[in-house]
Every structure is written in C-alpha cells, then in structure tokens.
Design a binder for this molecule. Sequence first.
Ligand code: ZN
Length: 163
Amino acid sequence: MTAKEQIAKNKVISIDYCLKNDAGVELDKSTPKDPLFYLHGVGQLVPGLEKALEGLKTGDKKTVTVSPSEGYGELNPSLKMSIDRSQFPDGDPIEPGMQFVADTDKGPVTFTIEGIEGTKVKVDGNHPLAGVTLHFEIEVRSVRDATKEELTHGHVHGPGGHH
Ligand code: ZN
C-alpha cells in the first residue's frame, strides 16, 4: 500500500458533489456514474471550493460553504439592462433564455435574454449563481498525477475529460 495522494496543484481529481443554496434547494449534483473530473490548481472550480479541497485524499468527505465573492461573484446590478431591439441583428430570433456574448469594459460577458417588453429586450450579464452562497457536499473519488499532455492542454483527458 502506498500512501494516499493528497489533492494538490496539477493533480487530476474526481469528486462527487451536491450543490445547494441557502434555502437548501439543490442546484446541481453529480451522478455516481459521472463524477466531476478536473485539473486542480488552474481555476477550473470556483476559488472557494478549490481551496477547500486542497490537501484532501480519496474517500474524504467535506461540507463547504462558499461566499459569492469566492464563488460566482457578487450580483452586479449594472449588468442588468434594457437594450433596444434594433441593436440586435435583423432576422435573428430573440427569445428568453437565449445567450450572447458582448464586449464590456471588463472584457467579454455572456448575457442571457430575460424577456422582451415592446421594443426593449431585457438582458442580464450576471452568472446565474452570482450573489448566491454555495453549499457543497463533496466526496473525493480519486486523485492522480496529471499527464504532461494534460498539463500542456490545461484540462483532463480520458474518463470525465476531453478525448
Ligand atoms: Zn486536451
């Protein structure tokens, strides 16, 4: 038996997780056959969760609470806006739930169309989980070294990753 590897930078990790909000409503969940694979230490997870996983080993379970600032960010009211319909390309359908990327002074932001009122299109550039305190229950399934190729690409290959 070798000592169990600890979660650290440049390890490939798989975890089971369940994500709830403050009200205890389940927002997201992995399934037993499909754990979340990620490369640790390169910002693939929200910062608060990545920090909390550091040093854990296979089989470890943990409950992690992540504030919005360590999660998907605070709600930014200035990213909720009304845009004139004429600003959208002619002929493109505009429907609630559709997303588009627009350049802002803080770089490209993905906006979601929330609704249409007359000639105005209401859009929101906040992440759907912005302003939400995240409650994760996690269990570490596996920890292994990343391959050279994975480190070069910055993502996981093989099961749970890119092929
Ligand atoms: Zn790749």
